[in-house]
Design a binder for this molecule. Sequence first.
Ligand code: F6R
Length: 245
Amino acid sequence: MKIIVVSNYDEMSKIAAEFIGKEIKSKRNSVLGLATGGTPLGTYTKLIQMHKKGELDFTSVKTFNLDEYLGLSPKDKNSYHFFMWDNLFKHININPANVQIPKGDTDNPAKFCQWYEDRIKQAGGVDLQLLGIGRDGHIAFNEPGSPFDSRTRIVGLSQETLEDNARFFEKGQEVPCQAITMGVGTILEAKNILLIANGAKKAEICAKFIEGQPSEEISASALQKHKNVTIILDKEAASKLKNKV
Ligand code: F6R
């Protein structure tokens, strides 16, 4: 795993956007795996800026999002559908037909999960997967104990994740306790993986997944098994690494 430590969130976002931009420039029909949450927001803003300057063309890019809350319709303001369109897709020239996000209001979740896996395969697999990380080590919504060979499926969210994600919901609104998520095994099939993390709250888990023994109790530690992983951390998220980079 290649580790890059930068001074702050803005620098992390800039380098991550340049990394993604390089991928799109080298392959105009790249397949991107995308994440939601607070961490990639700055990266998406930079990608939008690059597009507006005429540096990035998304016409042929395909995207697959990692996860979605089960039970939320794409129109729900708390859905990851809404998040992605609001924070990225509506600002760039992506073809809506090339955007895939798990369907939270599907009436047949098991069938949908298989369909999603098949769509990723039909697209030729993910070229570059962008990831954030939860404080419990989750990537996508693969909570502790997720098998390293798990596939797209329905999962329950941990108490810690529910608490962390409550900040995106209005007061009194409950965070759905289940989600559709790509599996750890699905993620590991991406050709190239970029994980970004910032802030002191992520320091402990970053040290564990990067420097500890791989364990299914820390889903992100599965990335140690992948040949092509880049991790961009700000100083705070890197503060508990033993081996200074
Ligand atoms: C979101 C996702 C999650 C987040 C993680 C970190 O699509 O897959 O794994 O990346 O929960 O969230 P933030 O960035 O809000 O700290």
